[in-house]
Design a protein around this ligand. Structure first.
Ligand code: MN
Length: 714
């Protein structure tokens, strides 16, 4: 294990001005926090964060990253809190540690390969600051190095698979080739030990046959370059067993000699030298056709640049050669970590080809100091997306700003249509709640659930919006049709005819509707009146409209409303599209009610004694007989009362207590007048029916602080 002073020396070697105190305190904090915890290997736990920090010093990362590495498991695995870290090390470190902690909490719960890419995006998006990801990758690398200590085979496999599918590609994505190679190879050893062993054995055999071939080839290439007067550093190395394995699988080839799996690297001082060296090599050795690639003029998406070529080289061996500048080499090996080196001002910055880092580099170029650069390097790559989980661990990708309803529709249209609630990270939350990266969302559905037109105001995904619109449209049509059919029944009767579907179908052509339902919907919506339709069906038989006298101001009778055959049945559930309860009189089950048809809006239900009805006395054709259907009182209604209470301490509290004791729930309260003596207010109360409201009114009247109370009408 790296000791405290060693770690400090390593950082000081590349950053002499480092805050030694912070590093020392972080080391001690971590040792103390992890205390006597042990790893699966039996080593003290704190050896792990120290090794992770050690890995990162190889990449010459800034002190904040090293401190974060030391602290990275303290919040998740010990009693230490984020507040303590902020108090001891500042907000910046606390934010980084929090980021790593959050990344550690999410894991791919099911091994669906198709989800791996989404998961990688999630990890990147959650990283925000690239240093969070660097610490996480180093953490994973050390865990892979010590994987064999874990006894549970399934757990080892899961970690290895996750490494292969998520973390190795992530390391490649940010250009950290070393990390990628080692992560992959260690995962390969766990997932396919036999396959890896066969490659390793083959390499050993070839090495025995060929002897020290690598140094000889390097020596010959080196001599050639000297003669040409180009300054180069040449190295050679075997590819990793996993990359050989994959190459063999992909290209369906065997490897016959060691050079097939060797890459020689010529590092030069300028781009011009790259092409010069290439010319020298191509004119000296035979070129293997189809192996030349110019990644300098066309860099790989992760920013990799190099010239690649294959030749029949010294000793008649087929070898691969990569030619690149020192800076290209740094970026190829260290990826994003290389930019810190350049950010320190040690070298010029030329990362333009590093496509996905372009935004970071823009900031870098315009930032006046490395500190400012770090301050602004938030990854904005997936800013337009948010990644959430189902309870089973499946990932759902949604546009940013998406809500639980969007999530439900993304899972399945059916789930969206019938959702009634949601649990986000285990807590009941409103359906309109905007989701955050990593949220686990459980959708609560009900067999009777239907989409609400309200949802359209807050959903952001196209699928959800389209489904809701479609539902509302079809629902509207259905409700208007139901209503229209009832209206027509009544109109037929009033005109002295018997209602038949067949009769209605005779006017389809005249009105240019395709089905009877369309006619009903038009009537329900108020586009046609019932009498229009009847007279269209029976032309020439128009009778004078019955001179009905409308008497809206009768007090409702005590006995319940007679359910006439022609009355349209109403329940609380009817309310919404075709049927509305009037805001003036708040009808309740038990009240005598009447409907008023309004073109394009359907029917508004009023109590028979509502003053608003006066305005419709001259339009009998707009009146519609309606009646409460049985069981209507189970749906929940809002009644309104106007109350005058004494302006004294406790009267408002007493008021709500009385209503509560009577099982009424106050849904709205508005003070309409306030004097020194009295409050005058309107209270909306959720009740079962008219009688329930009457009971509440009686209870209020019995209270000493209530001066007067009336049901509000009109
Ligand atoms: Mn860790």
């Amino acid at each position: 294990m790296i000791r405290q002073f060693e770690l400090l020396e390593r950082v000081k070697a590349y950053d002499p001005k480092v805050d030694e105190d912070a590093l020392n305190r972080a080391y001690v904090f971590s040792v103390k926090a992890h205390g006597t915890q042990k790893r699966a290997s039996g080593d003290p736990y704190f050896s792990h964060p120290v090794e992770v920090a050690g890995i990162l010093t190889r990449y010459k990362l800034d002190a904040a990253t090293i401190v974060t590495a030391l602290l990275h498991d303290t919040v998740e695995d010990t009693v230490a809190t984020l507040d303590e870290i902020e108090a001891g090390f500042g907000a910046d470190i606390a934010r980084l540690v929090d980021g790593v902690t959050k990344l550690s909490r999410i894991e791919l719960q099911s091994d669906h390969s198709k989800q791996a890419e989404n998961f990688r995006k999630l990890v990147l998006a959650m990283s925000e600051d690239i240093r969070v990801l660097l610490v996480k990758l180093a953490d994973r690398l050390h865990n892979m190095r010590t994987l064999s200590a874990i006894e549970n085979v399934d757990k080892r496999r899961r970690i290895a698979l996750e490494t292969m599918e998520i973390y190795a590609p992530l390391a490649e994505r940010i250009g950290m080739q070393d990390f990628k190679d080692e992560l992959e190879d260690r995962a390969f050893a766990e997932l396919n030990p036999d396959g890896r062993e066969s490659i390793v054995n083959r390499l050993d055999y070839l090495r025995q046959q060929g002897g020290e071939i690598v140094p000889r080839i390097i020596a010959e290439l080196d001599g050639l370059m000297r003669k040409e007067g180009v300054t180069t550093v040449i190295s050679g190395r075997e590819k990793s067993p996993y990359s050989i394995w994959r190459k063999m699988q992909r290209n369906n080839v065997e490897f016959e000699q060691l050079s097939d799996i060797m890459a020689f690297r010529v590092v030069v001082q300028s781009v011009a030298d790259c092409y010069r060296v290439l010319g020298v090599i191509h004119s000296r050795y035979a070129v293997v056709p189809g192996r030349f690639k110019d990644y300098i003029s066309t860099p790989k998406p992760n920013g990799y640049r190099s010239l690649h070529t294959g030749i029949i080289g010294p000793e008649r061996q087929r070898i691969e050669i990569q030619v690149r500048t020192e800076e290209m080499h740094q970026i190829a090996e260290l990826g994003v970590a290389a930019h810190w080196k350049y950010a320190q001002g040690a070298d010029r910055i030329d990362g333009r080809q590093y496509r996905w880092l372009r935004e970071l580099l823009d900031i870098l170029e315009h930032a006046s100091s490395p500190e400012e650069f770090l301050e602004h390097t938030k990854l904005e790559m997936f800013h337009d997306q948010v990644f959430c989980f189902t309870p089973k661990g499946d990932i759902i990708t949604l546009p940013r700003g998406a809500t639980a309803v969007d999530f439900a529709y993304a899972v399945h249209s059916e789930v969206g249509d019938t959702c009634v609630g949601s649990k986000i990270n285990g807590r009941l939350m409103p359906l309109r709640t905007q989701l955050k990266n990593g949220d686990q969302v459980e959708v609560l559905v009900s067999r009777n659930g239907t989409p609400s037109p309200e949802w359209e105001r807050f959903v952001v995904s196209g699928k959800a919006r389209a489904r809701i619109r479609r539902y509302v449209r079809s629902q509207k049509h259905k409700e208007y049709a139901d209503l229209g059919r009832a209206i027509l029944h009544k109109a037929f009767r009033q005109e002295g005819y018997e209602f038949t579907e067949k009769a209605v179908s005779t006017v389809l052509e005249k009105y240019k509707y395709r089905s009877n339902d369309d006619v009903y919907a038009a009537v329900g919506e108020g586009i046609l009146t019932g009498r229009d339709v009847v007279h269209a069906i029976f032309p020439g038989t128009r009778k004078p409209a019955r001179d009905r006298k409308i008497l809206p101001f009768r007090r409702s009778r005590a006995k319940s409303v007679p359910t006439k055959a022609e009355a349209v049945p109403i329940t609380g559930l009817s309310a919404g599209i075709a049927i509305h309860f009037a805001g003036c009189c708040h009808p309740l089950p038990g009240d005598r009610i009447v409907g008023i048809i309004t073109t394009g809006k359907g029917v508004t239900i009023h109590t028979i004694d509502c003053e608003t009805l006066q305005g419709f006395a001259d339009a009998p054709e707009r009146w519609l007989d309606v009646a409460w259907s049985s069981g209507a009182e189970d749906e929940g209604y809002v009644g309104r009362v106007s109350v005058l209470v004494a302006n004294e301490p406790g009267s408002l509290g007493g008021l709500s207590t009385v209503i509560g004791k009577s099982h009424g729930n106050i849904s709205n309260l508005k003070i309409t007048n306030r004097s020194t003596d009295f409050f005058e207010m309107l209270i909306d109360v959720e009740v079962r029916d008219a009688k329930h409201l009457t009971d509440i009114i009686a209870a209020l009247r019995a209270s000493s602080f209530v001066n007067s109370v009336e049901r509000a009408r009109g």
